[in-house]
Design a protein around this ligand. Structure first.
Ligand SMILES: Cc1cc2nc3c(=O)[nH]c(=O)nc-3n(C[C@H](O)[C@H](O)[C@H](O)COP(=O)(O)OP(=O)(O)OC[C@H]3O[C@@H](n4cnc5c(N)ncnc54)[C@H](O)[C@@H]3O)c2cc1C
Length: 673
C-alpha cells in the first residue's frame, strides 16, 4: 500500500467538528479544505435524543476507534476505488446522486490494476451469453446461482462497451480493428478482451480514475473505513472512517449516507503469499459481519498455481506469472527438470487452476521443496518482450531472467469467490448496504471463479447497484438517517489485535487452510486463531493493555475476523469442491453439500453458520427497518426462524430453506470482535 500508515493521532476527537455535503467543492484528496460547519449528527444524537431509544438496535461489536471528530453527508458512499467502486460511483454520479468515494490508499491501489489476463464477455463472432453461462457454471462446480450468472453474461458485453466509452482502450486486431479476443482456461471461446498485452487492469483503472477526476466526483483517499453506521431501525446511515496522512480532513470521521456501497476487494492478505496488494485485508467482509450482514462461500479461495516464489519468508503480495505463459507453451518442472503435470490431467499444464495448484503443492510436499519451476526459456527474448512485458519486468526486478533460467513458482492466494451475500441488485441483508466486486458474493462464481469473470462481475453488478440506488432515491425511499449512538466496545471483550499479529494470522492460514486442507489442519488453525484472540483479551485483563487503535491493528483485527469465518466454513464443508480441497474428503458430495455455507456474527462474537440453497436471499428494501431475528421480512418472505435453524438439522437433510449446520462448537466459540 502506498499510503502513509501510522496510528491514529490521538484518542480524542479532532479539534473541530466539520460537516460538508458531497455537492460541495470536490475534494481531490484527503488534504482538501473542508468548510467549517454545524452540528455533527453522530455526536449530536445523544442517548436521550431521537435515536436514543434505538441504541439497542445498533448492530453488534465495532472496531475500537476514537469517536468521529468530523462528518460529511452524501446520498451514497462508495468504499473502494477498484473497478467495482469506481464504476458504481460514476453511474451514481451520472444519475445525479451526491456520491463520495472513500478509499484506503491512492485511487488506483487495489487488485484491479494488477489484473493481467483480461475481461471475459461474449463479444466475438459466434459467441453467445449462453455459452459463457455454460462455461461459468462448469467452473463453479454446482454452486453458481444460474440467474446471477445469466445477468452477468447477458449484461456483460454492453458493460464492457460502456467501459470503452468511458475511455478504456483495449487491444484490437490489426486486420479488422475489432477488439482482440483471446482464450483462457475453462472458456470454450475466445472471449477475453485485454489491454496492453498483459496489463488489462492497469488500463481499466487508468480509464476509470481519469473519468472520476474529470467528472469531479469527491474522493477521500488514504482513508480506512472502519464500520457501518446504522439508525435506530438498523438501516444504513453511513460509515466511520479514519483518514491517514496530512491535511484538515484528518483522523476519525463519518460520512453520513442512507446508501453505502462496499467495493473493498478481496482478502488475499489473510495468507502469507498472495497475488493481492496490501490493501486486500478483507475489511469489507469484516465490516459487513459486524453490521449484521450475511457472508457466504468464504471457504472457496482460489489459489493461483504459478506465483513468483520470492523466498520462504516472503510475505504479502507476490508477482503473478499468468497462465497465459503456460498457454503459450511454458512447462512446469521440478528441480530435476521433470514435467510432473504429464499424466496428471489430459490438459497437462493447462489443467484448471485448482488441479495445477494441487499438483504443485503435492510435488513440493513429496520432495520437501519450497517451489517448482516454470520453464519458458524456449520462448526467446523477443517473445517474452512482446507477449509478456509485465511479467518479464517483474521477474527481472527480482533478479530472475526467464529468458535464460526457469522461473521459481509456487501457489498463492488469488481470489475470494465468496464474500458479502447479495441479491442481483447488489443488496446485502442490511438495508441500505450494498456490495459489489470481489468483496461480494453474488452467486456468480459458485465454488470456483472462471478466469476473467471478476472484472466483468465488478462492472455489471456495480452498474446494477447504482441503478437500484437511483431508483430508490427517485421514489424518496432513501432519506438521510440519524445514526444511532453506539457504546464504545469493551476492550476486555472486543480487543484490537496488535499489528504484528497480522503475520501470525497469515502463517496459521497458510499452514492450515491453504491449497490442501484437512479436518486436522483446519482444527489446528481454528485453535491457533482462537488463541490469538484470547491472548489479546488476556493482555487487557491481566495488564490493562490493548493494541493502540490504528490502521495496522484495525487491519490485523479484520484479518483475524475473516480468517476465523473462512476456517469455520472450511471445517464444515466435508467434501472437495471447486477450489476447496479436503484431503480427508477427496470426493465431491452433491447429495450433502450442494449448498452454501452462510455465516453471521452474533453480538457476542460467536459465529452462526447455516447452509442454504441458491437464491433464497430475503428481499431487503433499503428504506425499510430491519426485522427482528426470526420475524417477518419486509416484502413478504419469512426470515429463517430460530427453530428452523435447529442444530440437529444436518447438511443434506433439507428441513426447509435454511438449515443450521451441526456446528454448535463453532457457534459458541467467541469470535474476534
Ligand atoms: C495479480 C492479479 C491478476 C488478476 N487478473 C485478473 C484478470 O485477468 N481478469 C479478471 O477478471 N480478474 C483478475 N484478477 C481479479 C480482479 O483483479 C479483482 O477481482 C478485481 O479487480 C477486484 O475489483 P474490486 O473493485 O472488487 O476490488 P479492488 O480493485 O481490489 O479494489 C478494492 C478497493 O477497496 C479499497 N479498500 C479496501 N479496504 C478498504 C477500507 N477499509 N476502507 C477504504 N477503502 C478500502 C482499496 O484501497 C481499493 O481501492 C486479478 C487479480 C490479481 C491480484
Amino acid at each position: 500500500m502506498t499510503g502513509t500508515r501510522h496510528p491514529v493521532r490521538s484518542t480524542t476527537p479532532s479539534p473541530a467538528k466539520r460537516t460538508r455535503t458531497a455537492a460541495g467543492p470536490a475534494p481531490a484528496a484527503a488534504a482538501d479544505p473542508i468548510p467549517a460547519a454545524a452540528e455533527d449528527p453522530v455526536a449530536g444524537a445523544g442517548p436521550g435524543g431521537p435515536a436514543g431509544a434505538a441504541a439497542r438496535a445498533a448492530a453488534g461489536p465495532r472496531l475500537h476507534a476514537p469517536a468521529p471528530g468530523w462528518s460529511e453527508s452524501a446520498d451514497v458512499v462508495v468504499v473502494g476505488s477498484g473497478v467495482a467502486g469506481l464504476t458504481a460511483a460514476l453511474r451514481c454520479a451520472a444519475a445525479g446522486l451526491r456520491t463520495v468515494v472513500v478509499t484506503k490508499a491512492s485511487l488506483d491501489e487495489g487488485s484491479t490494476r494488477w489484473a493481467q489476463g483480461g475481461i471475459a464477455a461474449a463479444l466475438g463472432d459466434g459467441d453467445t451469453p449462453e455459452q459463457h453461462l455454460e462455461d461459468t457454471l462448469v467452473a463453479g462446480a454446482g454452486l453458481c446461482d444460474r440467474d446471477a450468472v445469466r445477468t452477468l453474461v447477458t449484461e456483460g458485453p454492453d458493460a464492457v462497451r460502456r467501459l470503452i466509452a468511458t475511455g478504456a482502450r483495449f487491444d484490437t486486431s490489426a486486420a479488422t480493428g475489432a477488439i482482440a479476443l483471446t482464450r483462457e482456461g475453462g472458456h470454450h471461446r475466445s472471449r477475453i478482451a485485454h489491454a496492453g498485452g498483459d496489463a488489462t487492469g492497469a488500463e481499466v483503472s487508468r480509464a476509470l480514475v481519469a473519468a472520476v477526476r474529470e467528472r469531479g466526483i469527491p474522493t477521500v483517499r488514504n482513508a480506512l473505513v472502519l464500520d457501518l453506521l446504522t439508525d435506530g431501525a438498523g438501516r444504513t446511515a453511513g460509515v466511520t472512517l479514519h483518514v491517514m496522512g496530512e491535511g484538515q480532513h484528518d483522523g476519525v470521521g463519518a460520512v453520513h449516507a442512507p446508501a453505502v456501497v462496499l467495493a473493498t476487494g478481496g482478502m488475499g492478505q489473510v495468507f502469507s503469499a498472495t497475488t493481492n496488494p496490501s490493501v486486500s485485508t478483507g475489511d469489507g467482509v469484516a465490516l459487513a459481519l459486524r453490521a449484521g450482514a450475511e457472508v457466504s462461500d468464504l471457504e472457496f479461495v482460489q489459489f493461483h498455481p504459478t506465483v513468483l516464489f520470492l523466498g520462504a519468508d516472503a510475505e504479502g503480495q507476490q508477482p503473478l506469472v499468468s497462465e497465459a505463459v503456460r498457454g503459450e507453451g511454458a512447462h512446469l518442472v521440478d528441480a530435476g527438470g521433470v514435467r510432473f503435470m504429464t499424466g496428471q490431467h489430459e490438459l497437462g499444464e493447462l489443467a484448471p487452476r485448482d488441479i495445477v495448484a494441487k499438483a504443485i503443492t503435492r510435488r513440493m510436499q513429496e520432495q520437501g521443496a519450497e517451489h517448482m519451476y516454470l520453464d519458458a526459456r524456449h520462448f526467446g527474448a523477443a517473445m517474452w518482450e512482446r507477449r509478456f512485458p509485465t511479467i518479464l519486468a517483474a521477474c527481472r526486478a527480482h533478479g530472475i531472467d526467464p529468458v535464460t533460467e526457469p522461473v521459481p513458482v509456487a501457489p498463492a492466494a488469488h481470489y475470494a469467490s465468496g464474500g458479502v451475500r447479495t441479491d442481483r441488485r447488489g443488496r446485502t441483508t442490511v438495508p441500505g448496504l450494498y456490495a459489489c466486486g470481489e468483496v461480494a458474493c453474488t452467486g456468480v462464481h459458485g465454488a470456483n471463479r472462471l478466469a476473467s469473470n471478476s472484472l466483468l462481475e465488478g462492472l455489471v453488478y456495480a452498474e446494477r447497484i447504482a441503478d437500484d440506488i437511483a431508483a430508490l432515491h427517485a421514489e424518496g425511499a432513501l432519506r438521510a438517517r440519524v445514526p444511532a449512538p453506539t457504546a464504545p466496545p469493551e476492550p476486555a471483550e472486543h480487543p484490537l489485535l496488535a499489528p504484528e499479529a497480522r503475520f501470525a494470522v497469515q502463517r496459521i492460514m497458510t499452514e492450515g487452510a491453504g491449497v490442501l486442507r484437512s479436518a486436522a489442519s483446519l482444527e489446528r488453525a481454528a485453535a491457533r486463531l482462537g488463541q490469538l484472540d484470547e491472548d489479546a483479551r488476556n493482555a487487557f485483563r491481566e495488564h490493562g493493555k490493548t493494541a493502540e487503535p490504528g490502521v495496522d491493528s484495525w487491519e490485523a483485527t479484520n484479518l483475524l475476523c475473516v480468517a476465523r469465518v473462512l476456517v469455520a466454513a472450511a471445517r464444515e464443508r466435508s467434501e472437495t469442491r471447486g477450489c476447496h480441497w479436503r484431503l480427508d474428503h477427496p470426493e465431491r458430495d452433491d447429495t450433502g453439500w450442494r449448498r452454501h455455507i452462510v455465516v453471521t456474527l452474533n453480538p457476542d462474537r460467536g459465529l452462526a453458520l447455516r447452509t442454504t440453497r441458491d437464491a433464497d436471499l430475503p428481499p431487503v428494501r433499503p428504506g425499510a427497518p430491519v426485522p427482528p431475528p426470526g420475524g417477518p421480512v419486509p416484502g413478504g418472505a419469512a426470515a429463517p426462524s430460530a427453530d428452523r435453524r435447529h442444530p440437529s438439522a444436518a447438511p443434506g437433510r433439507d428441513t426447509g430453506r435454511d438449515v443450521l449446520l451441526p456446528s454448535d462448537t463453532v457457534q459458541q466459540r467467541p469470535q474476534e470482535q
